[in-house]
Design a protein around this ligand. Sequence first.
Ligand code: PLP
Length: 423
Amino acid sequence: MKLFVSEVMHDKEIVDTVFEASQGAIEASKKYGVENVVNGAFGTYFDETGKLLTFETVYRTFDKVDDIQKGKYASSIMGSPEFQAGVKDWLFTSVGLDIPCHIIATPGGTGALSSTVKNILSPGQTVIFPDIGWGPYTTIAKEQRTPIETYQLFDGDHFNIESFKSVCTDVMRKQGKVLVFVNDPCQNPTGYTMTEDEWDQMIDFIKEISKEGAFILLHDIAYIDFNLEGDRYKKIFQRFVDLPENVLTVIAFSASKTMTAYGMRVGAQILISSNEEQMMKVVHACGNTARGVWSTVNNGGMKMFADIALNPEIKERYVIEKSEYVTLLKDRAAIFVKEAEEVGLPLYPYKEGFFVTIRIDDQIVKNELHLKLKTLNIFFVNVYGGLRVAICSIQKEKIYGLAARVKEALDILTGESNTSEED
Ligand SMILES: Cc1ncc(COP(=O)(O)O)c(C=O)c1O
């Protein structure tokens, strides 16, 4: 019997832990009533009324995009010129940076990540991810049949620069080229943001190791617009200018969270290198992937983004509207983190963003806790090293007391309950 599916694609059954956990939460809400379910599975922002957050500024701007713009193909495979200008302004010009770059529109940040892996690595070459990271990184690697090495994200409460260095050095020595993912700020799933000093150490290392071969840093900034210091974070990009000729930085931008426009599928690769000739080869390869895989990106979405990014009055309204929700996330996180500390529930170092992760080193305990919580109508995502709590999708009233409920379930599993039968 011949396979319908190709011999090389036959083992690609997709198990997406986020969609799976979200489905559980949806079904439980139907069965037991939404008020009785803690849905900490969705990676999208829900407001305090339990509704998917959609920014007024974004969707009223989208309403004004005319039908022809919404319906037509983009004017360029690489993204419309105004979208490219909008991205450049959003990330660089508006914070006073003048960074020469090439921009390729992609369907969301996922398109940017996937095209980068495909066009940087030859078959059999290894990509490097953080050990605790966004699940679909693995799916992207599987799609290209790319082997994975991981660096440890944390050393105690800090970015593990030593592990980063050692894994990159090993891979460089084996294949003469490194492609490594760094997800910052508001890392998914831990909510960690690297310090300026950690960035400096990383850049110093990149300068050194790139003497041995090509070094491609993929900076995944999916949650950049939800960091607490706002646009000031973007100054980090200045560090990518004037790096040695062997270094290419690819910033993966996503409009999904920035614009509360997950379904619109708008994103971009932003390429920066002092080696224009080599960079152009990557630009051409990524342009070919665009044409051959998705053709052009949603034109109405790109137009809407450009209309906001390049119009100071609309952008100001957007910033004011968004800041309310950055504050709300901060408030939700503060409740959970404080209560977790009070009851002794261990967390990875959270700084900001959509997610907090409960640290559970024992995989069996972690899996059991995940299942146990489901029976209590509490839905989190099972990630490497812990359970991801999507505070972006849990209303404040449901966060109060949540850490204690999780700790109680954990204690029962590990036999560490404080209440003995004699009490
Ligand atoms: C860490 C990270 N990177 C990239 C993405 C890409 O998102 P999208 O393809 O919707 O832009 C996500 C989305 O959840 C993410 O969490």
